[in-house]
Design a protein around this ligand. Structure first.
Ligand code: GLC
Length: 566
């Protein structure tokens, strides 16, 4: 059962944002993996003009903003996260004029554009590093993290400590010309910037102004918790065992979450706050708990990132009602009133379709998760293809792997190609992604049935489910800013909650996270809701029944139900 009234509402143009909260507070932000979204010039790689061509689609989905993965000049070792010039556009993705046109066209459709800034490191091809590695006397030498290392027993020069790169091997690389090692948290070709040097901060603030002046609405800051390292470069404590790259597991006390990084973010945020249009800082924040996440907002001061990602929420692997309830409750309790930023997918993780899917009920499960994202009290991130249930398509042979971590880590780590395959637009050759016969990554085999065009015309599709949810969220005060109150909190299989406005009106959501039908008893009174009758707004297909109106509800396996309380 999927209410026809909402199918109509979903295709309408997005409603204007209500006055009051900053735009990002309730935003639906759509991540575009540039290389794989839309190719406009038949070279097999997505580009900026390709995004412009697809803006109408994004507007029909109802997104408020797009985050575009890096388009800067880059050798593409890390597919753009290795930046060689922060103030340009790589010719394979277009030109600055293309970028300006994209921003202008997006604005016409009330879509903001966010730029992905990797502040932690540059490419080794960046002019700063090229000069830095030539001589210790270079003006840019101190923009990077250098050490002379230490001699081993045989007198041979060794790295200063045992730190390993997230992407495998020692985190230190020797440069004979300066007789020093440089630190790289990621690839060898991605030297870390030295954020203890104020010149780095000044340069990056200039970069941010450059893009803000071109009309961008903010930034996604990659690896932002790791900007600063221990000043004494102390050895990391071993934690026992080895990771997928075969390196020892080490404590990250000296390389991640250092207090100095918070001070940097406070200053960058202050600079941003002087810009009109409420620009936002989104953070790639892999932390273990809501309490740690709170620190990246600036705690009670709210003066660092407006939206650090709640990665622990979305990158869980089990569809577990208790676990999601716990995470949502923690976010309410521990973020000190800050807005959570929820997500299930990005370009660095196997897709939620496969992580949570059971092979039989994948669409129903994806609808449950979509409902959870769109009806929680949160801003949210969608990753391209998530809205149609694209699957992860990991290469079967190491020869086919493009992501370097899959090459060095094979077979324990097969890399991230699987979640980066081209967007599936239609059933034509290469899924409508490119006119080239050779896309940079192969289109996932499921594209003939799983694609935007097919799902547009299918009323019960995941795409239409997302469109309805997003439209509902835009139009409903309780869903945007109502309090979140857990219902039936001891239930092991069904996650139910209410979103309640100060005047006692609201919405009830019930999500069956199990393969069996479940009957729940929901007390509107306990939630502080004035009404006692439910009016279904949205429900996934299946035999729903509301027994004794307003109290008991039977949900089919992986059923999702959203209702207004009247
Ligand atoms: C960011 C990106 C990831 C990249 C890493 C290192 O975390 O999300 O794709 O590999 O930075 O540059």
């Amino acid at each position: 059962m999927c209410l026809a009234a909402y199918a109509g509402a979903a295709s309408a143009a997005p409603a204007a944002r209500p006055a009051g909260d900053p735009w990002w507070q309730h935003a639906v932000i759509y991540e575009i993996y540039l290389r794989s979204f839309q190719d406009s010039n038949a070279d097999g790689v997505g580009d900026l003009n390709g995004i412009t061509q697809r803006l109408d689609y994004l507007a029909s989905l109802g997104v408020d903003a797009i985050w575009i993965t890096p388009f800067f000049p880059s050798p593409q070792i890390d597919f753009g996260y290795d930046v060689a010039d922060y103030e340009g556009v790589d010719p394979r993705f277009g030109t600055l004029a293309d970028f300006d046109r994209l921003v202008a066209e997006a604005r016409k459709r009330q879509i903001r554009v966010l730029v992905d800034l990797e502040l932690n490191h540059t490419s080794d091809q960046h002019q700063w590093f090229q000069d830095a590695a030539r001589s210790r006397r270079s003006l840019t030498h101190d923009l990077y993290v250098w050490s002379s290392g230490k001699p081993d027993a045989a007198g041979k020069r060794r790295p200063p400590n045992n730190w390993v790169s997230v992407f495998g091997g020692s985190a230190w690389e020797y440069v004979p010309a300066v007789e020093q090692f440089y630190y790289h948290r990621y690839f060898r070709q991605e030297p870390d910037l030295n954020w203890r040097n104020p010149k780095v901060e000044r340069s990056m603030a200039d970069v941010m102004r450059f893009w803000l002046d071109r009309g961008v609405a903010g930034f996604r800051l990659g690896a932002v918790t790791a900007l600063v390292e221990d000043a004494r470069l102390r050895d990391a404590a071993p934690l026992g065992g080895r990771n997928a790259q075969g390196d020892p597991n080490l404590s990250d006390t000296y390389t991640n979450n250092l207090p100095e990084t918070h001070a940097v973010l406070r200053r960058l945020r202050k600079m941003l706050d002087h810009y009109p249009g409420e620009p936002v800082l989104i953070g790639e924040t892999y932390v273990k708990s809501a309490a740690q996440l709170s620190a990246w907002y600036g705690g009670a001061r709210h003066d660092e990132l407006q939206l650090p990602m709640d990665t622990a929420f979305g990158f869980a692997t089990r569809l577990d009602a208790r676990e999601f309830r716990r995470r949502l409750t923690e976010a309410s309790a521990e973020l000190r009133g800050s807005q959570p930023l929820l997500l299930l997918d990005n370009h660095d993780h196997p897709r939620s379709w496969d992580r949570f899917g059971d092979g039989t009920h994948n669409t129903e499960i994806a609808k449950v998760l979509a409902t959870l994202l769109c009806t929680s009290r949160a801003a949210l991130l969608l990753y391209q293809g998530e809205e149609i249930g694209q699957s992860t398509s990991t290469p079967a042979r190491v020869e086919d792997v493009r992501d370097p971590i899959g090459i060095t880590g094979w077979p324990a780590e097969k890399g991230r190609d699987g979640e980066r395959t081209p967007m599936q637009w239609d059933a034509s050759a290469q899924a409508g992604f490119t006119a080239s016969a050779r896309p940079w990554l192969p289109v996932s085999p499921g594209y003939a049935t799983t694609n935007v065009q097919a799902q547009r015309s299918e009323s019960e599709s995941l795409l239409n489910w997302y469109r309805q949810l997003i439209a509902l969220r835009r139009g409903d005060e309780a869903l945007r800013s109502g309090r979140l109150v857990m219902l039936d909190p001891a239930n092991l299989r069904v996650l139910s909650y209410a979103r309640v406005t100060p005047d006692g009106s609201g919405i009830i959501v019930s999500l069956n996270m199990s393969a069996q039908a479940q009957t729940v008893t929901l007390s509107t009174l306990a939630a502080g809701l004035a009404g006692t009758r439910f009016r279904t707004l949205l429900s996934s297909p299946g035999e729903f029944s509301v027994v004794a109106p307003g109290t008991r509800l039977t949900l089919p396996p992986y059923g999702a139900w959203v209702a207004a309380v009247e």
